[in-house]
Design a protein. Structure first.
Length: 139
C-alpha cells in the first residue's frame, strides 16, 4: 500500500537523518484517494479546495530543530500542490485540529514549501494535497 510505504520510509529517514540531509518521497494524487475540505489558513477552511484528494504519512521527529518541507509536481505533472503539517494525527473530518503549518505556493515557483521546527520524539503527519478539487497528478 502506497501510504504504508511512505510512512515507513518517512519514519526511517527522519530517524536516521541529520538536519542537512534531503529525503525525497514520491506519490500521486489520484481520483481513488479520499477527499477532504482542506484548510486555507491555520484557522479557516478553503472555499475552493472543498473536496481535494490527499495522501498522508506520519513520522517521528527523531531530532529536534528546523526542517524544510517541500512538495513539487512530479515530472510531467501539472498538479497545483498544497502541503500541510500536523503535530500528531490528522483527521479529515476535523482538518484544523493539530494543524501547525501549511503552504500553497511560494512566490515565483510552482511548489509548496515551509520551514517548521520539530520537537524530538513527537509524531507528525504530512498531508500532500492540491489547491483545487480537480487537481490530480504525481508529486
Amino acid at each position: 500500500m502506497k501510504l504504508s510505504l511512505l510512512a515507513a520510509a518517512a519514519a526511517w529517514l527522519v530517524a536516521g537523518a541529520a538536519q542537512a540531509d534531503t529525503f525525497t518521497i514520491t506519490g500521486a494524487l489520484t481520483a481513488t484517494d479520499a477527499t477532504f475540505n482542506r484548510p486555507f489558513t491555520l484557522t479557516s477552511l478553503s472555499g475552493v479546495g472543498t473536496a481535494v484528494h490527499y495522501d498522508t504519512f506520519s513520522f517521528l521527529g527523531a531530532s529536534g530543530g528546523s526542517y524544510e518541507f517541500k512538495m513539487a509536481p512530479g515530472a510531467g505533472s501539472t498538479v497545483d500542490t498544497f502541503l500541510l503539517l500536523y503535530a500528531g494525527s490528522f483527521d479529515p473530518s476535523a482538518p484544523l485540529t493539530n494543524l501547525v503549518a501549511l503552504n500553497d505556493d511560494l512566490p515565483g515557483v510552482n511548489y509548496s514549501a515551509f520551514n517548521y521546527t520539530l520537537t524530538a520524539g513527537a509524531v507528525y503527519t504530512v498531508v500532500s494535497t492540491a489547491y483545487n478539487n480537480t487537481d490530480l497528478g504525481s508529486y
